[in-house]
Design a protein around this ligand. Structure first.
Ligand code: NAD
Length: 312
């Protein structure tokens, strides 16, 4: 019996839960939220879709956080999203409080569960989740790179009018406007993307990828949730099925890429133990400098988080 709990039944949480039920990835999905009626209502609606989907997943909604017990993975998007004019760091104070109570509850009721963090600023919040629980680093990781590469792949496929499926890409660094999309490691059908797209055009696509979250916030007034939610289901599937997928994840660096005691987006192997391995790829001078800039801002966020946590 496989069970995944999703902490929040708002926009991202409902897509994660529905993605898992829709693909029949786990036996049971438990949707937890503090708003009465919300997780129960969304869960029964999703459950009622499963006969038509031809899936057997049981979907449960609850306001009782202890129902995370027995989870293989707890996905945590619980937190406020950005509003126009805010950057992801503006969310730190609000979302840290939520993180503290959510991960303390996971530690008490599901100490063996892997934690897949989503709430922003995700690199800092994932660090906080590990810091508060004391869980080993393979057990605590975050989702950002699957979303950022998915955006990058989409924009490239739009430019070349080819299937999104045939574009593979890599994005490193913190999940912020300083993230580091890597055109050198991006291919269309296995052929380096530089064969198809000019440097100037690629610079525009990189910029659009970096600001991809903001593009949606400006259009909707709140952040995107389809691509983030479905991105998390890909990571859950890799772990539940022990697929050893190579995906970008927010992972704990212990010397890799020259950084220690920090969470940031890097390529990893995801399998039954969570982050099985961090893959180190060669970076040129320009890519290293961009990664440095991105991770310097994550480091500052972590220091800020630690002092906020002290005052809680
Ligand atoms: N990592 C990424 O790539 C990525 C992408 C998109 C969104 N996000 C982040 O995900 C978070 C959620 O976004 P959203 O659009 O789903 O927000 P939303 O406002 O739709 O939903 C938030 C939900 O969290 C619930 N909540 C608050 N505290 C809780 C707690 N202690 N336990 C359970 N539920 C609780 C609220 O009741 C609400 O239903 C935001 O921080 C957003 O910035 C991250």
């Amino acid at each position: 019996m496989t069970k995944v709990s999703v902490i929040e039944a708002g926009k991202v949480g409902e897509i994660v839960a529905f993605g898992l039920a829709n693909k029949g990835i786990v036996n049971e999905v438990t949707l937890v939220d503090i708003i009465e009626g919300l997780p129960q209502g969304k869960a029964i609606d999703m459950y009622e879709a499963t006969p038509v989907l031809g899936e057997s997943t049981k979907v449960v909604g609850t306001n009782d956080p202890t129902e995370v017990a027995g989870s293989d993975i707890v996905v945590v998007p619980a937190g406020s999203p950005r509003k126009p004019g805010m950057d992801r760091m503006d969310l730190l104070k609000i979302n840290l409080k939520i993180c503290n109570s959510v991960v303390t509850n996971i530690k008490e009721n599901a100490p063996d569960a892997k934690i897949l963090y989503i709430a922003n600023p995700v690199d800092v919040m994932t660090y906080a989740a590990k810091f508060i629980t004391g869980f080993p680093s393979n057990q605590v990781f975050g989702m950002a790179g699957v979303l950022d590469t998915s955006r990058f792949r989409t924009f490239i496929s739009m430019e070349e009018n080819v299937s999104q499926k045939d574009v593979t890409a890599m994005v490193l660094g913190g999940h912020g406007d300083a993230m580091v999309p890597l055109p050198r490691y991006t291919t269309i059908g296995g052929v380096p993307v530089s064969h198809f797209i000019s440097e100037e055009k690629m610079a525009e696509i990189v910029e659009r990828t970096r600001k991809g979250g903001g593009e949606i916030v400006n259009l909707l007034g709140y952040s995107g949730y389809y691509a983030p939610g479905i991105g998390a289901t890909e990571m859950v599937e890799a772990i539940i099925k022990d697929q050893r997928r190579v995906l970008p994840a927010v992972a704990y660096l212990d010397g890799q890429y020259g950084f220690s005691d920090i969470y940031a987006g890097v390529p990893v192997i995801l399998g039954k133990n969570g982050v099985e391995k961090i893959l180190e790829i060669d970076l040129n001078e320009e890519e290293s400098a961009a990664l440095n800039t991105s991770l310097t801002s994550v480091k500052a966020g972590i220091e800020n988080m630690k002092s906020l946590l002290n005052g809680m």
